[in-house]
Write a protein that binds this ligand. Sequence first.
Ligand code: EPZ
Length: 420
Amino acid sequence: MLIRGGSPLSGSIVAQGAKNAALPLMASALLLKGQSLTLERVPDLMDIHTMAGLLRNLGANVEFGGGRMKIDVPDELKWETPANLVRKMRASSLVLGPLVARCGKAVLPLPGGCAIGSRPIDFHLKALAKMGAEIDLEHGSVHARTDGLRATRISFDFPSVGATENVLMAASMTPGRSVIENAAREPEIVNLAQALRAMGARIEGEGGGTIQVEGAKNLGSASVRIIPDRIEASTYLLAGVMTRGEVTVNGINPEYLESLIIKLEEAGIFVGVFADSVSVSCRDRRWKGVSLKTLPYPGFPTDLQPQIMAALCMADGTSVIQESVFDSRYVHIGEFKRMGCKLDIQGNTVVITGVSKLAGTEVHASDLRAGAALILMGLAAEGETTVCSLKHVWRGYESLMSKMTSLRADIELIPDQDGA
Ligand code: EPZ
């Protein structure tokens, strides 16, 4: 992507459906037998197509078009997942809970690590074992089997999003009362609970730290709307800040952006909050450095850490960011420095000294959110920036070129020089 930076963005966009809600909700369809799950506002992203391919490989029929997805699930499903699909996307591990609950067994190649840390699934496996699954690791794959999961109390050491989702899905098909303690509180968990409730599970407390589930052996067809994507929305708001423009994101629940709004206001940025939209107005404004720590929801989201770091690289004064969710989510800092940022890593903390301008150059995306942050920096930098390895970005940002262009960004796609 070739970006000519320096001009303010202005205008409004509509938030896409949340990638990190659509993926678990797609996996939850595997709990159905001879029934179907219909999803509205599904974003058209690479990860969604990867998950659709995985569901089809297991035997489900997936139709997807115009934001609407219909997943028809037969009585019999395969329970072994193909390594080539699982290795492409960590979220494939979300089929584990549904398959074990529904088929009594599952084989899942262990997801590899990625640019943002080791990312094991030990919390998932320990929880399923507590529910009565036998878990063996053979030749790099998880082999799980059970004669029937049992409702129980699961208490997580860390409020893992994926582990909470796997247990919530497995418990929804396990008769009896299960309790999940120290559960993740993300809005995507609430959306999943909505879907499972629509299928016939009785669920209380989602969005809080303790979730109670009364499972049912036979779950039924349902139709659910995906919530808006809070990370995509926040990324566009930060693009408005960094280019000193005016950007409004429509079709978003401002509550999901609370931790970002608080930080932007602390930095001296005016944020407009309305019933279902949020706007920033930064014409000729400057903003102050702030300090933040990434935390599980409702704390500041780790998926926004590279993007807020980019904005703080241009703040007046010093900022401190502490990444407490992933063990190494600073791969992007090398590329930031090449554009003139002043960053000093000390363990899981980064001290940022604001600079008044960034210089465009060629940079490479290491992962989805780092790629998004580099695009923001290109929009704010002087001169031209070329962002390579965009395959990471297409995983999470629907219609990015048309949305950015509608905000008057000067960007275009050029052939890959190095074929990366
Ligand atoms: C989800 O990943 C999101 N992905 C991630 O978004 C997001 O960064 C993350 O939650 C945190 O908010 C999806 O929802 C598809 P975790 P997940 O389990 O479930 C460690 C994006 O950009 N951990 O809450 O994998 C893990 O290594 C992606 O859209 C274990 O140690 O996150 C990490 O350090 C990137 N053992 C921390 O917990 C486990 O069994 C948080 O992981 C599970 C996790």
